[in-house]
Design a protein around this ligand. Structure first.
Ligand code: BT5
Length: 249
């Protein structure tokens, strides 16, 4: 753990924003230091990957964005998504004694349903990484029964534990875990074994939709950058983004 925690050393709290990721980009471009957190009670244009919507009722959940400036080349930015996913997992294990699993690349699941999504957006200048915005949405105090279009594949902590939880406490615990895991990455520790151990799809036949291209193969492994290693008939390919479906016989 760093002597002085980086993540959350400055927190800007808003009632209502379009997207905390958008605000964090603006602050990054204004020169804000690493560790800034932007959080909001309500996002009117919360987003997932590829412009998808992230929908959460006002004042119920954790939804925030962190500005990070790791001194890496742009291709390493993808390792922040598994870092954040493991921080969420550790927080849920330690605070609530839950047993989350992970779906590559950016979902934390409880009972096979998505309880948390992560959106990592990088800004690149020339050959270097200017900054990364790590957006995290964790569903807490509402029930997915009110959202039938999501209920089959999504859940909330309230649905899992059966009662409301203390959001500020969970937020503090999550910042602690994010600081711990970010520090481990920055000091050269590998998180890949812990990520692998929670991935539900390794060894399974999968289909990965990556924008317009569909790949099929065996989900063999993940690498240090969080890339999925897909084994095909005579080759292996690495994928850095996409949506995975496990192909059941
Ligand atoms: C994600 O995208 O899962 C990334 C979500 C990141 C949200 C955070 S909140 C703070 C920060 N500010 C932002 O604007 N965003 C970040 P993706 O894997 O593309 O999943 C998006 C899909 O998840 C949607 O198309 C829905 O099907 C589903 N979804 C939407 N809202 C959900 C929710 N509350 N819980 C679970 N699934 C949801």
């Amino acid at each position: 753990m760093p002597a002085i925690p980086i993540i959350g050393r400055k927190i800007l709290r808003f009632e209502r924003v379009e997207s905390t990721n958008t605000l964090a980009h603006e602050q990054a471009d204004l020169g804000e230091a690493e560790g800034l957190v932007i959080t909001a009670e309500e996002q009117i244009a919360g987003r997932g990957r590829l412009g998808r919507k992230w929908l959460v009722p006002r004042g119920t959940s954790l939804q925030f964005s962190i500005l990070l400036r790791p001194p890496w080349t742009p291709q390493h930015a993808t390792r922040l998504t598994p870092m954040a996913a493991l921080a969420v997992v550790s927080m849920l294990e330690q605070e609530l004694q839950l047993a989350p699993t992970l779906k590559w690349p950016n979902d934390v699941l409880l009972g096979g349903k998505k309880v948390c999504g992560i959106l990592t957006e990088s800004s690149v200048m020339g050959d270097s990484l200017a900054y990364v915005i790590l957006g995290i949405g964790l569903n807490v105090n509402y029930t997915m029964r009110d959202y039938p279009e999501l209920a089959e594949r999504a859940t909330t902590l309230q649905d899992v534990v059966g009662h409301e939880l203390d959001c500020p406490h969970l937020e503090r615990a999550l910042f602690d875990q994010l600081n711990r895991h970010y520090f481990r990455l920055m000091t050269g520790e590998s998180l890949v074994d812990e990520f692998r151990a929670r991935l539900s799809m390794l060894g399974e036949p999968v289909r990965v939709a990556n924008q317009a291209t569909i790949f099929e193969g065996i989900a063999e492994d993940v690498d240090e950058d969080g890339a999925l290693v897909l084994r095909q008939d005579h080759s292996r390919i690495k994928l850095y983004a996409g949506d995975v479906t496990i192909l059941k016989p």
